[in-house]
Structure formats: C-alpha cells, structure tokens
Design a protein around this ligand. Sequence first.
Ligand code: TYD
Length: 218
Amino acid sequence: MTTAQWPGLFISFEGIDGAGKSTHIGALAAAFKAKGRAVTLTREPGGTPLAETLRTLVLNDAMDPLTEALLMFAARRDHLSCVILPALARGDVVLCDRFTDATFAYQGGGRGFDEAVLKQLEIMVQGTAGLDATLLVQPELTVWFDLAPEEAAKRLAGARVPDKFESQPVEFFRRVADGYARRFIAEPRRFARIDAGQTQSAVWQDVHAVFVAKGWLV
Ligand code: TYD
C-alpha cells in the first residue's frame, strides 16, 4: 500500500553517506511551502524524542546486527505512529530523510544481515493490522541519490567527525549501494533515481523535474 489513501504525500530520500541529499530536501520543503502546502520535514532514525534517543545510541554505540536492526525499526514505529501517519492524515507533505530502504541497504547490504528477518520486521512495523500482510505503509515516492561509493568517500574525507556508519570503509558502502540497487530493481515505480555525481545545480534540476512530472510542484 502506498499512502495514496491519505490526503498527505509521503516522500523519502535515500543514498549512501556523502550523496548530498540534505540540501535538496530543504529546497523541496521551501518549494512545497511556496505552493501553500504544509510540510513535515523529518528524518530516520529519529523524528520523535524517543527515536532521536535511539538514533544517538545506534549511530554511536557498538552493538550486534540484530540489535541494530531492531533499534532502527523501533525508532521507525514510534516515528510512524507519532509523526508520519498523523501528518499524512492532516494532509501534510512529509519529506523524510531516509526510511526503510536504508535499513535494507545498510543493515541488509552493508552489514549482511538476513533480509528475510528485515522483511518480517518491515511487515510488523509498517503493516496494517488485520489486513493483508503484504500491504505496507510505504512512501509514494523515494528519491534515490545514486553516487559511486568512491566519489562519496572523497566527499566525506575531511568533513565533520564521522559517525559509526560514515567511518566504514568504501567496501561497506559498495554493499550499501548494491542494497539500494536491489530495492530499486524490486520496486522501480516507487523510485526516482537521481545521478548524484553531477553538479549540485544539475542534481537539483533533476530532482525538481521529478516533482513537476508528478504534478506536485507545477
Ligand atoms: P544521515 O541520514 O546520513 O544523517 P546525517 O546527514 O546527519 O549524517 O545519517 C543516518 C545514518 O544512519 C546513515 O549513515 C545511515 C544510517 N541508517 C541505517 O544504517 N539504517 C537505517 O534504517 C537508517 C534510517 C539509517
């Protein structure tokens, strides 16, 4: 299930660390507001006081892969029920910096954690109780900033102090990028793939064009 059944619009943004999504998410928020839309700008892991506490733990503390996956989904559950679903019910445009594709890419691809277990957790957290278990709350559009891991590593070098994920070697990000590619191949209609290796203004033009083509920013 997409969120089309709600008056709001649920959009997520994905990519490996260094892909440069943040500036464009901010610009989209401004563009939607200029059209008179209410915008909920949020992120994962995080977006609620509880989920932000979990974010601090999961981005900084060492833990086994199952604990890491469970904390990502625990944060997501709180975020969905306290922020995302109420915002969609109000009619907001929800711009979410990362969502479940990140768990499949980082914990599944990067860490090599069992994707069948992630799938079960996805159904538990995003499933609609009492309905078909394959019906999940999912973004209507996922903008994927696709960047070569070697290029992302260059961009990250010398930037701020890296967190637990940012300090992983380039091989980790190759597996994360492959994880994103698998999600894209499985659900191509949900994704807009953006070549994030271009200049910032060319990336913005491509991102903006996707939203115009959807009829959301005309
Ligand atoms: P990020 O979104 O890049 O925020 P910032 O720009 O502040 O660094 O950082 C979140 C990190 O968490 C990123 O490295 C990806 C990771 N992550 C996962 O490993 N699994 C998940 O499910 C999510 C949502 C994020």
